[in-house]
Write a protein of this length. Structure first.
Length: 128
């Protein structure tokens, strides 16, 4: 990913440098309705406009993602609360766990199901 970023970034920087060198002519900006006039190179005006557009776009994307970030924070708080409740309930669950009888020998026994024995055991039952 870094390599792809560099492959894209370096040509953009090269174009910006060439643009800045070629467009060094002065540009007079009148800030109407104010009585101010600013004189600066053309490339500064255009690169400033580009940077301003990037900042405005970044702010728009950031504000658009606010709802998802808020939901993620709420889910994180909910998960933390559930984990804390589980930690509090763990000792109670350990204390009330039923004592189970040791397992019986199950070799040769057919597991009981609601519909009778599974098909692979039916042949064994018919032989008996």
């Amino acid at each position: 990913m870094r390599l792809l970023g560099r492959i894209v970034l370096w040509p953009i920087i090269a174009v910006a440098v060439v643009f800045a060198v070629v467009n060094r002519a002065p540009l007079a900006l009148n800030l109407w309705p104010l009585p101010f006039t600013i004189t600066l190179p053309v490339f500064v005006a255009l690169l400033f406009t580009l940077a301003l557009g990037i900042v405005i776009g970044g702010v728009a994307v950031w504000t658009r993602g606010a709802r998802r970030r808020r939901e993620a924070r709420a889910e994180t708080r909910r998960i933390a609360a559930l984990e804390a409740a589980l930690e509090r309930a763990q000792p109670t669950m350990e204390a009330t766990r039923p004592v189970l009888a040791p397992p019986r020998e199950t070799r040769g026994l057919v597991p009981a199901t609601a519909g009778g024995a599974p098909p692979r055991y039916r042949a064994m039952l018919d032989d008996e």
